[in-house]
Design a protein around this ligand. Structure first.
Ligand code: BTN
Length: 240
């Protein structure tokens, strides 16, 4: 575990460590970030009191399977948040790897990778709203764990179970047919399966029923006569 004060982005520091020869399985945390990044080129508000952590892995799987790491990390994160929050609040994963607490986004994951001398460096960057959440006009409704729990939730309270669940699910993933087990577990935690959703993609938006995810993690959307397989996008749960 490498704990820092302020960083630009824990993902940048993790990739720099890989370029400097780090063998991987390294967690990097920061108390705050000045250039936190989110998915799809968005920024990630990074005030002290929230969790900013990146796990660096070298060659965790063949390169074509690297995107599966997002499903591994989202299961670990959802289970860690369930442990921290207890039975009351509903913790779900919204495809591909946003974590919802009682329907509002409380955490997100940014996967990045780069070839380095040791192999393919893969970074799972995890941001968790523990003490505060951004407000203002946002893509999604957001919240934080302390508000949901009605008591203080600190980054350390999340990181400990997160690291343990991550180690467990990485072990499962590394077994033969590991992604099948990951996929099945992910679906037990998924928000909106069998329900109407809207998916915005870089060039368009599509609506339909969220059927499942396929063997490569693509979202399968059922329209009247078509089934669409979606690689990337932002999911919005629609009222029935
Ligand atoms: C998302 O858009 O939902 C993904 C957010 C990921 C934020 C985390 S905070 C730690 C790591 N460092 C970054 O710059 N981003 C990720």
């Amino acid at each position: 575990m490498a704990e820092h004060g302020e960083l630009v982005s824990t993902n940048d520091t993790a990739l720099d460590s890989a370029r400097a020869g780090d063998p991987g399985r390294l967690w990097i945390t920061a108390a705050s970030q000045t250039g936190g990044r989110g998915r799809n080129g968005r920024s990630w508000t990074s005030h002290p009191g929230n969790l900013f952590a990146s796990l660096l892995l070298i060659d965790p799987a063949p390169p074509r399977r690297a995107p599966e790491l997002g499903f591994v990390a989202s299961i670990a994160l959802a289970q860690a948040l369930r442990e921290v929050l207890g039975d009351g609040p509903a913790v779900k994963i919204k495809w591909p790897n946003d974590i919802l607490g009682n329907g509002a986004k409380v955490a997100g994951i940014l996967l990045e990778s780069a070839p380095v001398a040791q192999g393919l460096a893969c970074v799972a960057g995890i941001g968790v709203n523990c003490a505060s959440h951004p407000d203002g006009p946002l893509l999604y409704k957001t919240n934080d764990l302390s508000a949901i729990a009605g008591r203080e939730v600190t980054p350390g309270m999340v990181l400990e179970p997160l690291a343990a669940f991550m180690a467990h699910w990485l072990g499962v993933w590394s077994q033969p047919a590991g992604f099948e087990t990951i996929r099945a577990e992910w679906l037990t935690l998924a928000a909106g399966q069998g329900e109407k959703i809207r998916v915005t993609r870089p060039k368009d938006a599509v609506e339909g029923v969220f059927k499942t995810i396929d063997a490569t993690g693509r979202l399968l959307l059922q329209q009247d006569l078509n089934e669409i397989a979606i690689d990337a996008g932002d999911v919005f749960l629609l009222p029935p």
